[in-house]
Design a protein around this ligand. Sequence first.
Ligand code: ADP
Ligand code: FBP
Ligand code: MG
Length: 539
Amino acid sequence: METLSPPIITSTVSIPCSNSSVLVRSHGLSSLILRKPRSPAANPSLISSRSSFTRASAVEHGKTSVSIDLSDPNWKRKYEREFEERFSIPHITDVFPDAEAIRSTFCLKMRSPTEDFVGGYPSDEEWHGYINNNDRVLLKVISYSSPTSAGAECIDSDCSWVEQWIHRAGPREKIYFRPEQVKAAIITCGGLCPGLNDVIRHIVITLEIYGVKNIVGIPFGYKGFSDKDLTEMPLSRKVVQNIHLSGGSLLGVSRGGPSVSEIVDSMEERGINMLFVLGGNGTHAGANAIHDECRKRKMKVAVVGVPKTIDNDILHMDKTFGFDTAVEEAQRAINSAYIEAHSAYHGIGIVKLMGRNSGFIAMQASLASGQVDICLIPEVPFNIHGPNGVLKHLKYLIETKGSAVICVAEGAGQNLLEKTNAKDASGNTILGDFGVHIQQETKKYFKEVSMPVDVKYIDPTYMIRAVRANASDGILCTVLGQNAVHGAFAGYSGITVGIINTHYAYLPIPEVIAYPKSVDPNSRMWHRCLTSTGQPDFI
Ligand SMILES: Nc1ncnc2c1ncn2[C@@H]1O[C@H](COP(=O)(O)OP(=O)(O)O)[C@@H](O)[C@H]1O
Ligand SMILES: O=P(O)(O)OC[C@H]1O[C@](O)(COP(=O)(O)O)[C@@H](O)[C@@H]1O
Ligand SMILES: [Mg+2]
């Protein structure tokens, strides 16, 4: 048995300290972790707070309450055991202890597939490179020697090394579904993302290698389960052969849709027993609820997610597919902004990139281009006006360099805009347009200071996410798509697949969506970005 589905973690750890900036209030694992300020000198009270580490830290793990008593000599072993349980992945045998396992029909080397695959493809090979169920991947690979190391994530004052192991992804020797009894469905939800077609393609191809013949696509996200006008799309290697050559999703996407019980009713009606769900946080929340509902109804179903978001806001993963492509595509916009700004008298180029809660695209695109003077992201507060504001620095740049480029993430500066409380069909907050706002404020400001400027605003957001995946995302999509199928056949459900420290792993869905991953302002990467742009703090 692969033990329990871990609860979503919403926890609070208070590190007793006089400076409120180190009062850590967050979700999930990082709640155990004291994030350091940018420089220890900036927060001397933190250093003197070392003794606070020795106190017991009460941590609520969703339903269960876990308390890590750092004075307990065995706290590390206990922590590691609890971690293992949280990251255990639900398995069909949790609900069906007598579920029959058969030898895998997935072989690395085989003869041409025959019409009659029952009993497995004929293979000449004995060794298939299967993954052992006990194989693990290490989640954190840096051993910090001090809480003052940049980006340090520490549990105690010594930053003791704690091992956090997660399940390795890949094909298993035993499978829990007979290919001829599988009806697999694929669904893509949320916004577009480069690589969706690549993942669909590899799921289909891998399912066929296992011997599955009944594969369908559900059109337009979860809506496709309830809308009677939308019919399933039969999928095969032939259908998906070239779909990766274009962006978008062969199946279409949508936000909003039916309730979880309607979705599961529809799955029962259609006889779907493998569901591959491609989407972001919202989609995964839905996938996990579908998994729970299937368990409640004692349905032998595998629900496997593949995280899709150009925002790169899924926890624990090196990156999500489409992110690299988005960063690469953003280069064209930034370069255009630079050329426009550089070629104009007192030119200012402003580029808005996506990133609802997380500034990863803006940060990485700024870093990659080397042409950005000011990068603004949601995670780092700033002022536009005032002596330390963005506009003052912009004036300095115009005076000293003659031109400037600003890159903003869409979620940046929302506190400076009027709130509308508007939501999209999925319940996501509709953001104010900060790109337009800073463009207007820039024009106003320079008029006020009687300095002629030529402002060019570029919003390439939808162009970026509609392109096809680049080569590196193409490879990532291939591996994720294949591993999703391996996970389902291995009998896992309520899981998702990701790249972690360059290895591929299965994670329980709640752990990756507990909250959106965001840029750590104390991380080396953000500091590198600041070094590259040369921008000051705008506070
Ligand atoms: N908490 C939730 N529980 C169940 N379904 C959800 C939840 N949040 C979002 N969804 C559904 O997931 C789909 C995609 O969600 P959305 O937030 O738009 O995109 P993404 O998955 O990219 O974050 C939508 O159909 C939405 O209704
Ligand atoms: O216009 P739409 O389709 O609502 O998409 C906008 C959102 O899509 C994204 O690119 C990705 O969001 P999701 O991961 O929720 O699909 C966000 O950065 C952006 O806010
Ligand atoms: Mg989302």
